[in-house]
Design a protein around this ligand. Structure first.
Ligand SMILES: *[C@@H]1O[C@H](CO)[C@@H](O)[C@H](O)[C@H]1NC(C)=O
Ligand SMILES: *[C@@H]1O[C@H](CO)[C@@H](O)[C@H](O)[C@H]1NC(C)=O
Ligand SMILES: *[C@@H]1O[C@H](CO)[C@@H](O)[C@H](O)[C@H]1NC(C)=O
Ligand SMILES: *[C@@H]1O[C@H](CO)[C@@H](O)[C@H](O)[C@H]1NC(C)=O
Ligand SMILES: *[C@@H]1O[C@H](CO)[C@@H](O)[C@H](O)[C@H]1NC(C)=O
Ligand SMILES: *[C@@H]1O[C@H](CO)[C@@H](O)[C@H](O)[C@H]1NC(C)=O
Ligand SMILES: *[C@@H]1O[C@H](CO)[C@@H](O)[C@H](O)[C@H]1NC(C)=O
Length: 776
């Protein structure tokens, strides 16, 4: 059984990796390569909140800016012009429009675009090709510069590097001498970015080329559906966390080079003829999980430095190899595959009911995955993000181009009724609905009916407003995805969900639907993010002065009991700073994600949930949840010195699923801080990589120089089959606490920072747990 499984997997791995000249990348069955609806549809996006924004060019076809795409003309200046053109003499990369006022999709029709020096991106830019025939950006033999694409706006620090994208492209450095030190993409960015469906084509045997470089310890979430061929290094990581999903490496000397990484998961990595899969020998690895992956003709799968138990925690699960080894400190600690049903773990393990970590220096343990979360061969389901490239343009509706139902997306007009009418009609005809960039105001609940496929553009905003969402005692969804019991397609890509006002009764998105076809992603959300305040166009920015008078929203996301949904690349952000100006605001959103889905599975890959008051993620009476890399940060104004102690300012409006912090002493400001995770009454939870960070805390946002939060995670009563792999915290006294009753009664700090310290990141107050199992 195992042998035949291995054969099938290795065969498919090599066929995928051999796709060197196949430029489509994504599997778009039935696609017509000559037309991609997005290339030809009417482009009438606007930038609602800047002067003259109705005339702002969101869509920029590089050929309209003079690029030839013929493989021989120098297209450098034309591409840069397409990126940099602003309004009149003002350029986009001068900070003239704020971080959210200058959206641009710089589009490359199929072709080969020769570039001779670095292309510099700017905030709000998505560089994008045709998914059925990806354009190639080809570095000329005489290329000068350190990067082919400098992917983040140099006016912004990488830690505030949001709103950048690169997708459906091939980046080719095969003509440049392999000894030249060259990064194909500089990606020093944090959340709300996308790098997806890109091939990195580098000279085989090159001494100097690296596909993606992520410098600066920024806070990125996910890199997905990528292919690397040749080069010295595929991905060079120096970041707090990353989820690497569905990535193939063929003939890359070092596929992944980790200089610094506190938490990471690799899911669906395929190493073919590499010298080394993951190189963490420089000693900067906190914890890494490698799951559902394979290696062929790659002698070293992983090599990491050696020190204490918490240093370089590793988990391998369902990793099929022909002949690879894992090395720690130069010593081989594992040879061969780790078959499905087994976890190989190195680091501190909490098993049975232990309250003391058991160090494991590479131990196999029998573990399980819920049937609903995996496919027929035991791999967690993953989904290729849809592009609808297989749709003819006649099957796509531009929401701003329906004469009978005018929609403005201008941040002023109430678009609710007309959007609803168009969605209802599109769903019944199974059409795709395209929302050109803009801010679409919703004054009432918008129902996303079964049959919906909605596509935004460089993060189109859907923004709640009005009395309907102000009643603190009557929480109401702004966007409701189906009604309980509904089944069918509901997919959304490239949106930001937000609020235009202070709305204490708002739930930004509530999902009730399930696919009903047993396929994950039928109800799916790709590159969709949440933002509360922090930007132009919202009264949370102008009318909000303290968290007390700014109950900006109740919840970002509610996955209701009947729902089954797939989320990939999502950031739920209650703003801790202003992206466009210098207002100081501290919105007080009650919670990030409330997961009560109890049916056929929930998958969340690459999520960040930040700065909410009671919890970042609350999993309550849920079943069958897969989480692959979750990152969290508390509300920065909470902590020592803060007098608005959790559950304030929401004390009067709690629901039974909310933690009430009654386990904390009345004035304990380090205890009365938003939990990163609160789990009660749930079963079948498989979680890979949790990174919960306290960098600053309290009203003055003092740097945490020692533990400044009491408990990061609280596992309440009645949870069963909980498997948590790779959990790291920065400056939390208790990484994991358990309680036997609700609301923290009989709370016990189980995994303490003190018992799990000692990793290379200990200078930042890091604790690392390799695995934590309860009632498995
Ligand atoms: C693709 O679409 C174009 C334009 O509609 C059409 O002329 C062509 O025949 C189509 N090609 C295929 C393979 O269907
Ligand atoms: C194995 O990988 C090496 C590079 O690491 C390559 O030179 C060799 O051709 C590969 N062998 C096979 C059989 O693919
Ligand atoms: C752990 O504790 C639970 C609840 O007290 C109990 O049901 C279970 O049998 C214990 N498991 C082990 C392995 O001791
Ligand atoms: C399960 O998923 C893996 C990875 O995508 C794939 O190789 C395998 O064929 C799938 N198994 C089945 C039965 O579909
Ligand atoms: C799960 O899906 C199956 C069909 O695939 C359906 O019969 C069942 O009702 C679903 N369960 C839940 C709880 O939604
Ligand atoms: C826990 O707190 C919530 C919110 O205050 C409350 O509704 C619930 O009744 C409490 N449960 C217990 C057992 O105290
Ligand atoms: C745990 O589950 C049991 C059985 O369903 C129930 O009786 C008990 O009240 C639950 N405990 C809590 C604290 O919810």
């Amino acid at each position: 059984m195992l042998f035949s499984l291995l054969l099938v997997w290795l065969t498919s791995a090599s066929s995928w990796a051999s796709q060197r000249v196949g430029h489509s990348g994504l599997d778009q069955t039935g696609a017509n390569a000559s037309t991609f609806w997005y290339e030809n549809i009417k482009h009438n996006g606007i930038s609602p909140f800047i002067t003259n924004g109705k005339n702002w060019a969101v869509f920029r076809n590089v050929k309209d800016y003079g690029a030839k795409g013929d493989g021989t003309s120098d297209d450098t200046a034309a591409i840069q012009k397409a990126i940099s053109t602003g309004d009149g003499p003002k350029l986009r990369n001068t900070g003239s429009y704020g971080a959210t006022g200058q959206p641009a999709v710089v589009y490359f029709p199929a072709g080969t675009y020769l570039v001779k020096s670095t292309i510099k991106s700017a905030v709000g830019t998505v560089l994008m090709g045709n998914p059925t025939n990806r354009a190639t950006l080809k570095a000329a033999p005489t290329f000068s510069g350190s990067y082919v694409i400098f992917g983040h706006d140099q006016l912004y620090s990488g830690l505030t590097g949001f709103y950048h994208g690169i997708k459906h492209l091939v980046i080719d450095s095969t003509s440049v001498a392999g000894s030249k030190i060259l990064g194909l993409v500089e990606w020093g960015v944090s959340q709300n970015n996308i790098l997806s469906n890109v091939m990195f084509d580098m000279p085989i045997g090159a001494a100097g080329h690296t596909g993606i470089v992520t410098p600066g310890m920024c806070s990125g979430l996910i890199l997905n559906d990528l292919q690397f061929v040749g080069g010295a290094v595929g991905i060079a990581l120096s970041a707090t966390q990353y989820h690497l999903k569905s990535i193939s490496f063929k003939n890359v000397a070092t596929a992944v080079k980790i200089t610094s990484l506190v938490q990471g998961t690799g899911q669906g990595l395929r190493f073919g003829s590499c010298s080394i899969g993951i190189d963490a020998t420089s000693g900067g690895l906190g914890a890494f999980n490698l799951i559902d992956s394979s290696a062929t003709n790659t002698s070293t799968l992983i090599s990491s430095a050696s020190s204490s138990n918490t240093f370089g925690s590793l988990v391998l699960e369902n990793v099929l190899v022909d002949s690879s080894t894992v090395k720690v400190g130069g010593t081989t600690v594992l040879t061969g595959s780790i078959e499905p049903g087994v976890s190989w773990i190195r680091g501190n393990v909490y098993h049975a009911n232990s309250t003391n970590p058991k160090p494991s220096n590479g131990q196999k343990m029998l573990t399980s995955r819920p049937q609903t979360l995996v496919n027929g061969t035991g791999f967690y389901h993953t989904v290729v993000p849809p592009t609808y490239a297989e749709y003819d343009i006649a099957q796509v509706i531009n929401i701003k181009d329906v004469a009978k139902y005018p929609v403005a997306g201008d941040g002023t007009q109430d678009d609710t009724a007309n959007i609803q009418a168009i969605l209802n009609s599109a769903a019944s005809g199974n059409k795709v609905v395209y929302f050109p960039y803009g801010t679409y105001l919703l004054s009432d609940t918008l129902l996303i009916p079964p049959g919906s496929r909605l596509v935004g553009e460089a993060w189109t905003q859907l923004s709640g407003t009005g009395a309907k969402f102000k009643d603190i005692n009557n929480p109401t969804p702004i966007i409701k995805v189906g009604n309980p019991g509904d089944v069918g397609v509901a997919q959304m890509s490239d949106f930001v969900f937000t609020v235009a006002d202070i709305l204490p009764g708002a739930i930004l998105v509530q999902v009730n639907m399930a696919g009903g076809d047993g396929k994950p992603g039928t109800v799916g959300f790709f590159n969709c993010h949440f933002r509360i305040g922090g930007a132009l166009g919202s009264k949370t920015q102008t009318n909000c002065r303290t968290p007390q008078n700014c109950l900006a929203a109740r919840l970002n996301l509610h996955l209701a009991a009947t729902s089954s949904s797939y989320w990939e690349n999502t950031w739920s952000w209650t703003a801790d700073h202003d992206l466009d100006g210098s207002h100081t605001v501290y919105p007080g959103t009650l919670g990030g994600f409330l997961i009560e889905a109890a049916g056929n599975g929930t998958w969340i890959l690459g999520s960040g949930v930040e700065h909410h008051v009671l919890y970042q993620v609350n999993i309550h009476n849920a079943k069958n949840v897969f989480i692959g890399l979750q990152q969290g940060e508390a509300a920065y104004w909470q902590g020592t010195g803060n007098t608005l102690l959790a559950p304030a300012p929401w004390s009067e409006n709690l629901r039974p699923s909310d933690p009430d912090f009654s386990w904390c002493a009345a004035t304990d400001a380090q205890c009365r801080m938003g939990l990163y995770q609160y789990i009660t009454g749930s079963t079948n939870l498989n979680i890979y990589s949790s990174g919960f960070w306290n960098f600053v805390a309290g009203p003055s946002r003092a740097m945490c120089t020692s533990d400044c939060q009491n408990s990061a995670v609280l596992y309440g009563p009645n949870n069963t089959k909980m498997l948590v792999y790779g959990l790291s915290t920065i400056n939390s006294r208790n990484m994991i606490s358990e309680s036997s009753g609700l609301n923290g009664s009989s709370i016990v700090g189980v995994a303490t920072h003190a018992a799990n310290s000692g990793s290379v990141f200990e200078a930042f107050g890091t604790g690392v747990v390799a695995a934590y199992f309860r009632n498995v």
